[in-house]
Design a binder for this molecule. Structure first.
Ligand SMILES: NC(=O)C1=CN([C@@H]2O[C@H](COP(=O)(O)OP(=O)(O)OC[C@H]3O[C@@H](n4cnc5c(N)ncnc54)[C@H](OP(=O)(O)O)[C@@H]3O)[C@@H](O)[C@H]2O)C=CC1
Ligand SMILES: CC(=O)N[C@@H](CCC(=O)OP(=O)(O)O)C(=O)O
Length: 386
C-alpha cells in the first residue's frame, strides 16, 4: 500500500524540493499539486526540473482540492496554513498535515505576537526529530510544524553542548544563507545584480523572527540535559531564568541554496581544565579528555552517534554547504578557542541545505515518522558537490 500525498505551494522553492524528494520516495504517490496565482497552469512551466510531473495541472489551494489525501504538505506564505489546515481537517479528519511555514512552530504566544503579529495560531509537534523528546511526539502524529531553516542549523549545532552542560546559555549565531531561503517571489534586494558578488547582513540586533524559535529549541535542549528524569532539580527555581539567550545575525550569500552557521558560546569550565568555574556541568570534566576540543568532539559524537542525518566530520575537516546540497544532512565540526573570554569559547560550524534538511527533507523525515515508516525512507544522504 502506498500513501497519497498532496503538495500545496507546488510552484515555490519549498514545494519544488518536496516534490523532488517525494518522486523518489517508494511509499507515496503524488496526488494534488496546487498553487495560488499560477493555479490552472502546468507544473512543468514553473518547476522544469520535475520532469515526471511536467504535465500536471496546478490545482487551486483550497480544502476541497487538498482533502482526500493521506498526507498534505503546506508550503505556503506565513499565515495561510492555519485556516486551511482547519478546513482540510473537517473534510479529511485523518489526514497528516505537514506545515513548512512558521504558523505552528512557536509555543510562546507573546513571542509569536512580537515577531509575527496577529493571533497566535497555536503550536504543533515540532519537526526536528533530533531534538530531545521530539521523535516520540512525531511518531504517529497528524500534525507537524516544520522548523525554520536557520533554527535547524543553529539547534543541531548547539543542543548537545547545552544538554551536556558544556557551555553557558549565552549563544551567538552568525549564519549565511543562499537566496532560495527568501522564497521565489521577487524582492528588490534579491535581484541578481544586488546579490551577485556580495555578502550582506539583515535582521541585525535581534530582529529576525527565527530568534525566538532558536531560544525555544535550545532552552528545551538545555533543560532536557539538566534534569532528564534523574531527580536533579532545575538549575534555577524560576523556569524563565533558565532560558537560553540567542544573538542571531543572518547573512545573505550569493548562492542559490545552503546555510553555513557559526554557533558559539562560552564554556562553563575553563578550557584549561579548572573545574571551579560557573555553571553546573552534567559531564565529568575530570573523566573527560584534557584537550577541550577533544572533550567537545566526544560529546557531539556521542549525541549524534545514532542519528542518520547528522554527522560530526573527522578532525580537521570543516563543513561546506556544497557537501550538503540536495541531501537531508547536517554536517558539523567543533572547536574550542581557549583564549576567547575567561573560560574559552565553544565554536560549532554547521552546514545544511536550507531546502532539504532545512525544509523539505526535514518535512519528509517527519512524514515518515508520522506514518510509521522507517525515518530514512526516500531521503538522500549524498550531496551534490562541487
Ligand atoms: N525557502 C526556504 O528555504 C524555506 C521555506 N520555508 C517555508 O515554506 C513556505 C514556502 O516557502 P517558499 O517555497 O520559499 O516560498 P515561495 O515564494 O517560493 O512559494 C510560495 C508558494 O505559495 C503560493 N502562494 C503565494 N501566495 C499564496 C496565498 N496567499 N495563498 C496560498 N498560496 C500562496 C505560491 O503560489 P503561486 O506561485 O501560484 O503564486 C507558491 O506556490 C514558507 O512558509 C516558508 O517560510 C521554510 C523553511 C525554509
Ligand atoms: C535567506 C532568507 O531570506 N531566509 C529566510 C528564512 C527562510 C526560512 O526558514 O523560512 P521561514 O521561517 O520563513 O519558514 C529569512 O531570513 O526570512
Amino acid at each position: 500500500m502506498t500513501f497519497s500525498v498532496a503538495v500545496a505551494g507546488a510552484t515555490g522553492y519549498a514545494g519544488g524540493e518536496l516534490l523532488r524528494l517525494l518522486l523518489g520516495h517508494p511509499e507515496v504517490t503524488i496526488g494534488a499539486v496546487t498553487a495560488h496565482s499560477r493555479a490552472g497552469e502546468l507544473l512543468g512551466d514553473h518547476q522544469p526540473q520535475l520532469l515526471p510531473l511536467a504535465d500536471r495541472e496546478l490545482g487551486r489551494t483550497d480544502a476541497a482540492t487538498l482533502a482526500g489525501h493521506d498526507v498534505v504538505f503546506l508550503a505556503l506564505p506565513h499565515g495561510a496554513s492555519g485556516p486551511l489546515a482547519a478546513e482540510i481537517t473537517e473534510l479529511s479528519p485523518d489526514a497528516v498535515i505537514v506545515d513548512c511555514g512558521a504558523d505552528h512552530r512557536l509555543t510562546d504566544a507573546a513571542a509569536w505576537q512580537r515577531f509575527y503579529g496577529g493571533e497566535h495560531p497555536g503550536s504543533w509537534p515540532y519537526g526536528l526529530p533530533e531534538l530531545p523528546g521530539a521523535r516520540e511526539q512525531l511518531a504517529g502524529t497528524s500534525r507537524v510544524a516544520v522548523p525554520g531553516c536557520y533554527p535547524t542549523a543553529a539547534t543541531l549545532a548547539m543542543a548537545p553542548a547545552l544538554a551536556a552542560g558544556l557551555v553557558q546559555p549565552d549563544i551567538v549565531v552568525v549564519a549565511a544563507s543562499g537566496t532560495s531561503g527568501a522564497g521565489k517571489s521577487s524582492k528588490p534586494h534579491l535581484l541578481g545584480s544586488e546579490v551577485m558578488g556580495s555578502l550582506s547582513v539583515y535582521g541585525v540586533g535581534g530582529g529576525h523572527r527565527h530568534t525566538p524559535e532558536m531560544v525555544q529549541n535550545l532552552t528545551l535542549a538545555r533543560n532536557a540535559g539538566a534534569h532528564p528524569g534523574s531527580g536533579e532539580s532545575p538549575r534555577t527555581p524560576d523556569g524563565a531564568a533558565d532560558q537560553v539567550t540567542v544573538s542571531f545575525t543572518p547573512m545573505l550569500a550569493p548562492m542559490p541554496r545552503g546555510i553555513l552557521a557559526t554557533v558559539s558560546a562560552p564554556l562553563t569550565v575553563p578550557a584549561t581544565g579548572d573545574s571551579a568555574a560557573a555553571g553546573a556541568p552534567t559531564f565529568d570534566p575530570a573523566a573527560a579528555p584534557a584537550d577541550a576540543t577533544e572533550r567537545a568532539r566526544e560529546i557531539y559524537q556521542k549525541a549524534y552517534a545514532a542519528e542518520p542525518f547528522v554527522a560530526v566530520l573527522p578532525e580537521g575537516q570543516w563543513p561546506t554547504t556544497a557537501a550538503t546540497l540536495g541531501a537531508n544532512t547536517c554536517l558539523l565540526q567543533v572547536a574550542v578557542d581557549p583564549a576567547a573570554g575567561p573560560t574559552g569559547r565553544l565554536i560549532v560550524i554547521a552546514a545544511i541545505d536550507n531546502l532539504t534538511k532545512g525544509t523539505a527533507g526535514g518535512a519528509v523525515q517527519c512524514m515518515n515518522l508520522a506514518l510509521g515508516l522507517p525515518e530514512t525512507t526516500g531521503l538522500p544522504t549524498v550531496g551534490v558537490a562541487p
